[in-house]
Design a protein around this ligand. Structure first.
Ligand code: NAP
Length: 346
């Protein structure tokens, strides 16, 4: 069983973001908003700051006391949201009860909303519009699969969990990749049987080690989103990882899997905003050009008879926003890389 490691995917994203950031005149700045002193939030903030700084981005923490009033927090939030020097915002949730989180979701500038909490970005995820931001965890799962060259188009995927934070947006992103998605939840009848139909199984349940080999089809890929603490106080996922040996072809561990990619995926988004999208477009476009020269046969399979036309038309000249164009080119580059590998292996 192949172990799908978050660190490897994160390193690839780092390379990509560093290249974009290096082409910019100003370093993109991300604000991490934390309310209160929850140790999990502090540890997430530290990890995200270290990772994104190492990507060449600037990170500034905005910390507020846990008992801040709804009114005072909203005042602070409005100022951060409107601050032209802040390109992207990551807000650690849940917020304390006295703050109306739904109001904040509606207030955040969709163009700075790196974790896809704004109704505008959620609508984009559900309608298949790639010009917005998806929730980081859902995005991290798709990234994990794509960067490990795991094909999604035409594959059967079971997503266990239907929360708005993970299960639902993940299902929509997978649908956008042309997977056939089954969304499972606590009322799904015959859950192991339904999961055994899947080529890819994503566990987003929040129940320690619930998914074992009886849920997994032979040679399926298993992605564990869960972050739980077991009876011994040890961090563990929703999947009994060791039990999958001999059944799954690949799986993500916990820790060391999806969690490490969750913060990394905000990197391309934050580098992409403002001027970054021009640099990103050029970077991805140039990489596709190189691929066309190097692997003409594979690119014909990927893009048809006129590979350059395919990306030119869908890419640089299309009347969509720069971020969407950069995102499209990034998608095309993934596709080109996958076909080149398939053709090379054949
Ligand atoms: P959540 O809001 O509690 O949702 C859990 C989902 O699992 C619900 O849809 C629930 O179904 C379903 N479920 C619960 N028990 C089930 C069962 N026995 N059989 C089938 N389905 C069941 O949790 P969440 O926020 O989506 O998070 C899920 C997990 O991901 C948690 O472990 C969380 O810590 C982790 N997480 C990880 C990251 C990361 O960065 N890796 C980020 C966020 C969350 P119903 O809808 O029917 O109740």
């Amino acid at each position: 069983m192949k172990i799908l490691k978050g660190a490897e995917v994160s390193a690839k994203i780092k390379e990509e973001v560093a290249q974009i950031a290096a082409g910019l005149q100003e370093v993109p700045k991300l604000a991490i908003i934390r309310v209160g002193e929850n140790p999990d939030d502090i540890s997430y903030e530290k990890g995200a700051t270290k990772k994104l700084t190492s990507f060449g981005l600037e990170v500034e923490s905005k910390v507020f006391p846990g008992d801040i009033s709804d009114e005072a927090f909203k005042r602070e939030f409005v100022a951060i949201n409107a601050d032209a020097s802040v390109d992207g915002i990551l807000m650690l949730r849940p917020l304390p009860k006295q703050i109306n989180e739904q109001d904040i979701e509606k207030m955040i500038d969709p163009a700075k909303d790196l974790d896809g909490i704004s109704p505008v970005n959620i609508a984009k995820v559900f309608s298949g519009d790639t010009s917005g931001f998806a929730p980081c965890t859902a995005e991290a799962v798709v990234c994990m699969l794509k960067m490990n060259d795991i094909a999604l188009s035409g594959k059967r995927v079971a997503v266990v969990g239907r929360s708005m934070v993970v299960g639902r947006p993940l299902s929509m992103l997978l649908l956008h990749e042309n997977a056939t998605v089954t969304i499972c939840h606590s009322r799904t009848a015959n859950l192991p049987e339904v999961c055994r139909e899947a080529d890819i199984l994503a566990a987003c349940v929040g129940k320690a080690a619930m998914i074992n080999h009886t849920y997994v089809k032979k040679d399926a890929v298993v992605i564990d989103v869960g972050i739980n603490v077991d009876e011994n106080g040890k961090l563990c996922g929703d999947v009994d990882f060791a039990d999958l040996e001999g059944t799954a072809s690949a799986a993500t561990p916990v820790p060391g899997g999806v969690g490490g990619v969750t913060t990394a995926v905000t990197g391309p988004g934050s580098a992409n905003v403002l001027g970054g999208s021009f640099v990103a477009m050029k970077l991805y476009g140039d990489c596709i050009d190189d691929m066309i020269l190097k692997y003409p046969a594979a690119m014909k399979c990927a893009f048809g008879e006129n590979p350059k036309g395919a990306y030119g038309q869908n890419g640089r000249k299309a009347p969509v926003t720069r971020m969407a164009v950069a995102a499209q080119l990034r998608e095309m580059l993934f596709k080109a890389q996958r076909y080149a590998k398939e053709v090379e292996a054949a």
